[in-house]
Design a protein. Structure first.
Length: 422
């Protein structure tokens, strides 16, 4: 790194201690000298940042930690800007989850109308962040963990800068799970992985370059519930867990409607408990409770990508990047989730050929929805917003799409300046 500076926008996130743990372990390899944590919530930043400072001290002070509410100061001169924001917090997420259920449609933070609403709130903020990065740290790479990761990455690519890589812990989680099942190291497992963020598939699996796809499928079936097993057997691939919202939609909706709380409300409670733990002045390590929050391997995937960018190593990682012909059935200028060789010049996606016919229609339909959502979120285009919901396979009704759009826009009016001004 030129300056040895990493900025984390959304540094008050309860995920940050996991990131800090990885940074402490890799500080020398990364040449890290400064970690800037920025957040709009000063209380959360004080609590989370305080724990991070104690962790760094316990780790021998390999770098300096600065906490700030000034986004420009955090970004200026940084080599990497990690973004992990949630516009509207978990309260907005709970709204995203509850409103679609009134129409018997799943409300999930990345998939369907819930992910759509989150994208509309988030895109303007992400474009502002990317604008500041371009002005204040033009050499920096934006490492995006903000959901829905593929849509946000595509929006930043189209409207601000191509120096952005979208990440998700799903692919590395699957890779590590397969490594455990085969009794090998993670790096000995390679996957032909293709699709979109949270709509992706391991088409083939290799262990030490030997094709073990059928064995991997058999081992996945041993762990699958009946609905997932039926889907895996039907398509002959290992799907992301988020495909459940499509192949078992009725069961998922019914379960969500019967649940006393939404996932967002559960997470809000987990975060309150985590923040109480983080306040303990004797705590100087990531607490076990953080595993309940989700996001396993978050630090690993982010820092592995940063290290590849810094070292120009050309290592392969599964990331969200511009397609550039990697998937032949999708436009070149849209975000896809595929293996990419990553060096100092950025990611180069691996050619994956055509989508298998059994998933092609679904992936293309969801990509159309994503493209329309990007346009709606960036430009405040209400027609594009309506078309996005109509195009989404989980909606499938013009009448419901129109009602959902009105409800979601009004519910989040304060976060949608592109539609309501301000």
């Amino acid at each position: 790194m030129a300056s040895g500076k990493i900025a984390v926008i959304g540094g008050g996130s309860t995920y940050t201690p996991e990131l800090a743990e990885g940074l402490i372990a890799r500080a020398g390899a990364l040449g890290l000298r400064e970690l800037w944590l920025m957040d709009i919530n000063p209380r959360r930043l004080e609590i989370v940042g305080g724990l991070v400072q104690r962790m760094v001290r316990a780790g021998g002070d390999p770098f300096q930690v600065t906490m700030t509410g000034d986004r420009a100061a955090a970004i200026e001169g940084a080599d990497f800007v990690i973004v992990q924001i949630r516009v509207g917090g978990n309260a907005a997420r709970a709204v995203d989850e509850r409103i679609p259920l009134e129409f018997d449609i799943i409300g999930q933070e990345t998939t369907g109308p819930g992910g759509f609403a989150k994208a509309l709130r988030t895109i303007p903020v992400m474009l502002d962040i990317a604008r500041e990065v371009t002005a204040l740290a033009p050499q920096a790479w934006v490492i995006n963990f903000t959901n829905p990761s593929g849509i946000i990455t595509e929006a930043v690519h189209h409207y601000r800068t191509r120096r952005v890589i979208g990440l998700c812990n799903g692919p590395i989680g699957l890779q590590r799970g397969l490594a455990r099942r085969f009794g090998v190291k993670t790096e000995e497992v390679r996957m032909e992985y293709l699709g979109l963020n949270h709509l992706s598939f391991a088409r083939r699996v290799f262990v030490n370059e030997k094709d073990v796809t059928q064995d991997a499928i058999a081992r996945s079936l041993e762990r699958a519930d009946p609905a997932e097993a039926e889907y895996i057997q039907a398509i002959g691939m290992i799907p992301s867990g988020y495909l459940r919202y499509y192949y078992a939609r009725e069961q998922v909706v019914r379960k969500a409607k019967e649940a006393p709380r939404t996932r967002g409300e559960e997470v809000e409670e987990i975060e309150r408990e985590l923040l109480r733990e983080y306040e303990n002045p004797a705590l100087a390590k990531k607490p076990e409770r953080l595993s309940l929050r989700g996001g396993a391997h978050y630090s690993d995937v982010a820092l592995a990508v940063i290290e590849s960018l810094r070292s120009d190593g050309g290592q392969e990682h599964i990331v969200n990047v511009l397609n550039q012909g990697a998937i032949e059935d999708l436009p070149d200028d849209v975000a896809v989730e595929v293996p990419a060789s990553i060096g100092a010049a950025g990611p180069v996606p691996r050619a994956m050929g055509k989508l298998p016919l059994c998933i092609r229609g679904l992936v293309q339909a969801v990509k159309s929805y994503e493209q329309l959502t990007v346009r709606a979120g960036a430009e405040g285009d209400r027609t594009a917003a309506l078309q996005a919901l109509i195009a989404h396979p989980l909606v499938g009704s013009v009448r419901i799409a129109a009602q959902l759009l009105d409800r979601l826009l009004e519910a989040h009016r304060q976060y949608l300046p592109q539609f309501f001004g301000g």
